[in-house]
Write a protein that binds this ligand. Structure first.
Ligand code: SF4
Length: 242
């Protein structure tokens, strides 16, 4: 099951399905994932393309993330730039293309779509932003989904930007290193820190799905990365493995 809609010029896809990534959830768990594509990516994805071309059109959906190719990062920068994931995204975009024929025929976000999505998310684990920025979703929709979901996780790189402060309740600020993390915490965010210095942080929790913590859990079970209204109060860190 899947819903797609345009909101603020971006294509948002909300899908009920499974994942092959066992750090996120067991492969048999029916869960919700959200994807966010630019118009240029939708159009490029309808035809034969390459990972470099497709992900190079990410400015509208990755915004000022340092790993975005639109900001000059290389293809290897972002963990979403994997061959399997890319193929899945292209099939998703082509399926949407076959249904609507043209970008302008894709429905614009409305109350009926919101109601149907909230119903689909009831009692499910929701992973916001499997691809693209989840702050591109309407905040009302995020709030209602989190209210009915069994659990959720979400991350944003837009934590410095005032229009996205409300998402602090639901998503973690995605940060690199301690300085950024302390800054985000001061601004009221819980943080998911990529710990480049690889030091254990006493005021934060080490991600239990990490190598350094023995892959003890997965996100569906743990769900600590769920903002100030979610599970837990502390920030989270994971050692950088690059
Ligand atoms: S802390 Fe929990 S929710 Fe966050 S990434 Fe690790 S396993 Fe997933």
């Amino acid at each position: 099951m899947r819903y797609e809609f345009i909101y603020n010029g971006v294509l948002n896809v909300i899908r009920l399905g499974t994942t092959l990534n066992d750090k996120i959830a067991p492969s048999n768990l029916k869960m919700i994932q959200t994807y966010h594509y630019s118009r240029a990516q939708y159009e490029e994805g309808q035809n034969k393309t390459t990972m470099n071309k497709f992900f190079g059109l990410d400015s509208d959906v990755c915004m000022d993330c340092v790993y975005a190719m639109g900001n000059g990062a290389s293809l290897k920068g972002c963990y979403t730039h994997k061959r399997d994931q890319y193929s899945g995204m292209l099939s998703q975009l082509r399926s949407i293309g076959r249904i609507y024929g043209d970008w302008d025929n894709i429905p614009v976000f409305n109350e009926d779509i919101q109601r149907a999505i909230v119903k689909m998310c009831m009692d499910k684990y929701v992973r916001f932003g499997t691809y693209g920025e989840p702050v591109l979703l309407p905040i009302d929709l995020v709030e209602r989904v989190c209210f009915v979901a069994k659990s959720w996780t979400g991350y944003t790189h837009q934590w410095r930007r005032v229009p996205y402060y409300d998402y602090r309740e639901f998503f973690m600020a995605s940060t690199q290193g301690l300085d950024e993390s302390l800054q985000a915490e001061t601004m009221g965010w819980r943080v998911f820190m990529d710990d480049i210095e690889k030091q254990r942080r006493t005021h934060m929790i080490g991600c239990p799905a990490s190598e350094e913590n023995g892959y003890k859990s997965d996100c569906a079970k743990c769900s600590l990365c769920s903002g100030t209204k979610g599970k837990g109060k502390k920030s989270v860190y994971i050692f950088n493995h690059s």
